[in-house]
Design a protein around this ligand. Structure first.
Ligand code: 13P
Ligand code: ZN
Ligand code: NA
Length: 273
């Protein structure tokens, strides 16, 4: 992400739910010679376990021709974040954005302290990204204030900061209006890489504008879940008698490869590995 910051591109971060999606994300990254971040939310971790996803991604990473890392997305407690550190995740997010400013700082600092012992970078969030991520309802409003962001980054010692500038988790019902001027103002006063959440459903040009304005990591979740499900549904619709999970898993995987490739190109991280 520091290389991305220096060279004006963003690393794509893709939420993984199962082995097939993991394989697809890594295959897409290899095809486009892109470094890639795979990440899991708390509900995903509850579906299987930290160890399970860590093992899947480590297996993929060991054979990949590009850098592959695993990140805890929207870590919702100190215990889960520390659990991810212990499980061998290569970075973690602690999301205290639902707390007050001082409480968010205290929670974030406590995770950074533990992560530092293992030299693991921590992402945190200030302001509220809209929509529904996982079981958390982001609500609306609460854009990131640039001067608060500066203070937050300095006092917590985080490695990257997720900002709220009008994006929302999930697919947008209307046309999202992004406050790119606010992003530029944050970038001016905050030294560390900035992260854009809620990128599913954003126009290519909006993502490109945000990357130009200082975004170094872009998160995609819903688009991949939809792509995988569309592939599976197509097979079941066309061949209702199918009973081999490999048959529809394979098509779901192919759909995710295409979705991820398109977004890697938008982030500009192709050819960076
Ligand atoms: P989308 O579901 O809108 O892609 O948001 C992804 C995200 O921010 C994951 O943290
Ligand atoms: Zn998010
Ligand atoms: Na979105």
């Amino acid at each position: 992400m520091l290389d991305a910051q220096k060279n004006g591109y963003a690393v794509g971060a893709f939420n993984v739910e199962n082995m097939e999606m993991g394989q697809a994300i890594v295959a897409a990254a290899e095809e486009l010679h892109a470094p890639v971040i795979l990440q899991t939310t708390p509900s995903t971790v509850r579906y299987a376990s930290l160890d399970m996803y860590r093992a899947i991604v480590a297996t993929l990473a060991a054979k990949a021709a590009v850098p592959v890392v695993i990140h805890l997305d929207h870590g919702d407690s100190y215990d889960l974040a520390v659990g991810a550190l212990e499980a061998g995740y290569t970075s973690v997010m602690i999301d205290g954005s639902h707390e007050g400013f001082e409480e968010n700082i205290a929670l974030t600092k406590s995770v950074v302290e533990q992560a530092k012992l293992k030299n693991i970078p921590v992402e945190a969030e200030l302001g509220k990204v809209g929509g529904k991520e996982d079981d958390l309802d982001g609500g609306s409003g609460g854009y990131t204030d640039p001067m608060e962001a500066k203070e937050f980054a300095e006092r917590t010692g985080i490695a990257s900061l997720a900002v709220a500038i009008g994006t929302a988790h999930g697919i947008y019902s209307g046309t999202p209006v992004l406050d790119v001027d606010r992003l530029k103002a944050i970038e001016k006063v905050v030294d560390i890489p900035l992260v854009l959440h809620g990128a599913s459903g954003l126009l290519d040009k909006d993502i490109i504008e945000c990357v130009k304005a200082g975004i170094c990591k872009v998160n995609f979740a819903t688009e991949l879940r939809i792509a995988y499900s569309n592939g599976v549904k197509q097979v079941i619709r066309d061949t209702p008698d199918v009973f081999d999970p490999k048959k529809y898993g394979k098509v779901g995987r192919e759909y995710v490869v295409e979705a991820v490739k398109a977004r890697i190109l938008v982030c500009g991280c192709d050819g960076k590995a």
